[in-house]
Ligand binder design. Structure first.
Ligand SMILES: [Zn+2]
Length: 219
């Protein structure tokens, strides 16, 4: 899931316009940033199963990035960092911190909706949860597209973006949705876990930077 997390970030971006929406995008994808970094250093794993062409679902072992307790800890850490970073917002500082923390935790909730039961509560030996909506891919993609479109529809009005910026932002977001749908339907299996990790990290940072640049307040 990529577009759904982007939608959650955009929706939260409406709540406090002084928090750069690119920060919220990276926050909403922070658990995946942690996952791919842990995969690259060998602390977590992603395996491409033999039936990948049919399911488009890798198998994840990711207790440190996607465990429930771990996710709450990442949310708290990111919230604390946002609180320190947004000193200039004075009274709205706590709200900025809460928004960033909520963006981080929204990732876990959305992932728990689509993954098969593979998200551990606390540590790899604990109970694993996941509603498995990806088993019914058309429904999962429809839900993701709705979350994504709702986020964009909430963010754009009142954003004070120029027409050109709003159009570019919509285009970048639509591209993410297209890539998400392609990745879950027609994409060939990735050549390796580390290639998947590196390309995913690059995509997250590129989308975070472009949405942050296009969506920043002009006044
Ligand atoms: Zn994830």
């Amino acid at each position: 899931m990529f577009a759904g997390h982007l939608g959650a970030a955009l929706a939260l971006g409406r709540v406090e316009r002084r928090v750069n929406v690119g920060v919220l995008v990276v926050a909403a994808l922070l658990l995946d940033v942690a996952l791919w970094a842990f995969v690259l250093v060998g602390r977590e794993s992603v395996t491409i199963p033999a039936d990948f062409a049919a399911t488009h679902q890798p198998v994840f072992v990711f207790p440190w990035s996607h465990g429930l307790v771990a996710s709450l800890a990442w949310s708290a850490l990111a919230g604390a960092a946002a609180y320190l970073w947004h000193a200039g917002l004075r009274a709205a500082r706590t709200r900025a911190a809460a928004l960033v923390a909520a963006a981080v935790f929204s990732h876990w909730l959305l992932d728990a909706l689509v993954h098969v039961p593979e998200l551990p509560l606390a540590g790899d030996r604990s109970l694993k949860v996941g509603l498995g909506l990806w088993q019914v891919m058309p429904v999962a993609l429809a839900v993701e597209a709705i979350v994504f479109a709702a986020g964009l529809a909430l963010f754009l009005p009142g954003s004070r973006l120029s027409r050109a910026r709003a159009a570019w932002l919509t285009l970048v977001c639509a591209l993410v949705l297209a890539l998400t749908v392609a990745g879950m339907t027609v994409a060939p299996p990735p050549p390796s876990a580390s290639a998947m990790a590196a390309s995913s990290l690059g995509a997250i940072l590129a989308v975070g930077a472009s949405v942050g640049w296009l969506g920043r307040r002009s006044a």
